[in-house]
Design a protein around this ligand. Sequence first.
Ligand code: NAD
Ligand code: MG
Length: 333
Amino acid sequence: MKDDNSDISRRQVVGGAGLGLAAVASVSASSRGEAAPAPIDGLVDPASKYPKPPFASQSQPWPGLAGKMEPKPDHGETSYRGSGRLAGRKALITGGDSGMGRAAAIAFAREGADVAINYLPDEEPDALEVIALIKAAGRKAVAIPGDLRDEAFCKQLVETAVQKLGGLDILVSNAARQQTHASILDISSENFDWTMKTNIYAPFWIIKAALPHLKPGSSIIGTTSEQATDPSEDLYDYAQTKAATTNYVRSLAKQLAPKGIRVNGVAPGPIWTPLQVSGGATQEKLVKFGGMTPLKRPGQPVELAGIYVQLASNQGSYATGQVYGAAGGAGMP
Ligand code: NAD
Ligand code: MG
């Protein structure tokens, strides 16, 4: 299988994990207040692997920066180890600067893929770290900032990624907006539109632009949510966009199967990311974040990285129209 037989890529990938460490993690994780990277090998208790609530109350303006969170999320910077599963692949990830998108970007690069990331211009500090990590893994890194609410930008994003990567065979549509509102009466039409444009229109525009470039074997992955099936009372607008995401995954999977393009979703539960500290959750919810799950803690972005890799790689060739959950024991995909 092409994914498994490139010695050069495998060396670069495995070496890249170490270089990434040197380039970005020059001081210990604990001294930076990060979620401590867990040991990679051996038995690890998932309940005590990462920080538990109570968390410090904290708030950032939207879209927020991972680098300013306390504790800092673990996106796999020092822990994700690749094994050539995506050697030679070319990936575009929206929201690749932080959270699940960043975890996927780091993992994809260490698995041997060249990676383009999109993010908002305000997120440049997070994005620069991701670009450095992709390069440290020995792969091509392409930064394409811009606002996905603009159809023309979405088209240009895909064209730029295709041109700079020399093709495209993995698309991770992951960016989203989430804002908590106690009442439907608090949601203005402008805010509703913002959420719909980001979470529903942008994937539509991006997938349309990408499709002509995707060859058989390519993979589209949408980040959906447990909110798709178990919506919270304060996420009226956001939750319905995640139901739409789960739904488009299942529709497109049927439509694109004859073309050899797989379409799948990842449905996180409560994950420690900037989206939650920049208006996505109330302070009351944030302080207790993840505590209501059976594992009694939020997930870290890196804990979902392997799901994105599996769905993108040839090993996942019979998975299409599927939604994979990672929600700490609660919620349904
Ligand atoms: P995040 O804040 O790290 O990532 C969201 C990203 O969306 C941002 O980094 C930003 O780059 C991007 N984005 C938002 N609006 C944009 C716009 N107009 N133009 C361009 N980019 C824009 O948070 P995250 O939690 O990693 O979110 C990633 C995905 O995970 C989202 O689809 C979210 O709905 C989903 N999700 C998150 C959780 C959670 O608890 N954190 C749970 C379920 C699902
Ligand atoms: Mg971000």
